[in-house]
Write a protein that binds this ligand. Sequence first.
Ligand code: CA
Ligand code: CA
Ligand code: CA
Length: 194
Amino acid sequence: MINRKIALSSMSIFASLALMGGATFAFFSDSATSTGNSFAAGSFDLKIGTSAPAASDSIGAVFASANMIPGATPETATIFLRNTGTVAGNKAYLKIENVGGIDNNANQPTPMTRQVDITVSLDGTPVLIPDTNGNARQDLEDLQLSGNGLQIGTITDTGVDHTLVVTAGLNSGAGNEYQGDSVTADLRATLTQD
Ligand SMILES: [Ca+2]
Ligand SMILES: [Ca+2]
Ligand SMILES: [Ca+2]
């Protein structure tokens, strides 16, 4: 009886081996390759200039306003901005920074930046400047912002000049306390991809 069981088990094992042996066969294989792939980041390079094509990362003053008179015709600066990088940008920003100046007679009621009225346009489209200091005028101090500053539009192409026009004039209500006063500031444009 025991021997018969063993014999049956042995037969089962042989049967299994036979099945496994029957399932073993070859696979063909072949491959194809793309070589030398690279993953490099593109570049963003905003250039600035007083004439087209804009080719500088930094330029000197575009305003050198002396002897400003309250309410006189504003002075105009035309600046060209261009992305010479390989990647498209999106939002363009403007702000002033490194603000300094002179308070002749040390008697300014409010900062001189608040007495310089400005307008900004990009490619002929006027930029709405929020009255951040609440004086009911658009002035240099309204552009004295943190981060990238005020979004003035979009620059989504590369290798194309965009025209930024800024006008600046002394507030018609600037009193005698501002005679001989001056303000200096950097104008900074920034282009972002978001
Ligand atoms: Ca640049
Ligand atoms: Ca003064
Ligand atoms: Ca204002």
